[in-house]
Design a protein around this ligand. Structure first.
Ligand SMILES: NC(=O)c1ccc[n+]([C@@H]2O[C@H](COP(=O)([O-])OP(=O)(O)OC[C@H]3O[C@@H](n4cnc5c(N)ncnc54)[C@H](OP(=O)(O)O)[C@@H]3O)[C@@H](O)[C@H]2O)c1
Length: 310
């Protein structure tokens, strides 16, 4: 079958022949109609952490399509069911196995391109918010808010009653965030009025310390990324007189819920008009290398989705 394989160089991916999926007993095979790409996949391919992905590897987690082979263990949807899933890699391909614990049926009302934007970014935002106790009337700062996770976080946090200040590099990068509910959209943390009960931080470098300087007494920092690739620098002494705050490290895969349970929530919110995936780019999968470059260079707002025409 046709797939997009990692090249190991700056082109990131190119079309290649890949073997047909060999699913585990608890996985269904999906005929992929649309998938999304995430910054995390670029970071993995370029070796931002650890060894770069081996050339030939097929990346891809967020997929929408139809089941062409049901799971051998009898779990999950039947052949022909339209689904959205969170694959463990291999999704930038015509067919991919997805564990049924990470797969849900997709109602006709939700277009494939919209649903493909949901899994990784949506699960991350949903699970981040579960770390906020008694969210109503809290004030939150969201850095990197113009990105895939950021748009969901702004809308879901606002719906939970949080007054959100969203940081985006420029007006066009933050154009949707006020519509999704942000109380304020600022272009740089320096323009954010604190103090904030919660800080969602995923940019790193100086942004982290600038954001932390705005923490409210007893506040919480949810630390979930380093999009700038720059490590954070902090001096303990800058916070000596601050009432203790909590710093929580957040990996999205540590959760009490399955991906399927949370995908069901995201699909339901989308189908009922309470969640609005921001599709900054939709293109044919032949354009994936260009789209990845644009995502890497902060030229895409929200999520980027690629489609596979039969
Ligand atoms: N912990 C987890 O489980 C988990 C899960 C998913 C994602 N993540 C991480 O969370 C972060 C956001 O993910 P995402 O998929 O939403 O990424 P994304 O769509 O690329 O968004 C990242 C945002 O960061 C902002 N940014 C500020 N300075 C940047 C810089 N120097 N380089 C790149 N971006 C910069 C950009 O906004 P402006 O251009 O407007 O400044 C961009 O929109 C990434 O670091 C990702 O690896 C972590």
């Amino acid at each position: 079958m046709k797939a997009l394989a990692a090249t190991g160089d700056r082109t990131l991916v190119r079309f290649a022949d890949a073997p047909e999926p060999a699913p585990a007993a608890d996985a269904a095979v999906i005929q992929v109609e649309a998938f999304s790409v995430n910054r995390g996949e670029i970071l993995a391919m370029t070796g931002a952490y650890g060894t770069p992905t081996a050339p030939g590897t097929v990346m891809g987690q967020d997929v929408v399509g139809r089941v062409v082979a049901a799971a051998a263990d009898g779990s999950g949807p039947a052949v022909g069911t339209r689904v959205v899933g969170h694959a463990d890699g291999g999704g930038w391909a015509e067919r991919v196995p997805v564990p049924t614990s990470a797969l849900v049926e997709l109602p006709d009302a939700v277009p494939a391109t919209t649903a493909a934007a949901l899994p990784l970014a949506g699960l991350t935002a949903l699970r981040l918010l579960r770390h906020v106790e008694a969210p109503a009337d809290k004030k939150a700062l969201i850095t990197g808010a113009s990105g895939g996770v950021g748009h969901y976080l702004v809308e879901l946090a606002t719906a939970a009653g949080i007054a959100v200040t969203a940081v985006a590099a420029a007006p066009e990068r933050g154009a949707r965030l006020a519509e999704l509910g942000a109380a304020k959209v600022v272009h740089g943390v320096a323009h954010a009025d604190g103090p904030f009960d919660v800080i969602f931080e995923s940019v790193g470098g100086d942004v982290f310390a600038d954001a932390l300087a705005r923490i409210a007494p007893g506040g919480t920092v949810l630390w979930f990324g380093q999009a700038s690739l720059q490590p954070i620098r902090l001096s303990f002494f800058d916070y000596l007189t601050v009432t203790p705050f909590t710093l929580k490290h957040f990996p999205h895969w540590v959760a009490d819920t399955t991906d399927a349970e949370d995908l069901r929530v995201l699909v339901e919110l989308t189908a009922t008009g309470r969640l609005h995936p921001e599709l900054g780019r939709v293109a044919d999968w032949a354009e994936t290398a260009h789209v990845l470059a644009d995502l890497n260079n902060r030229r895409i707002r929200g999520n980027a989705v690629l489609t596979i025409t039969a």
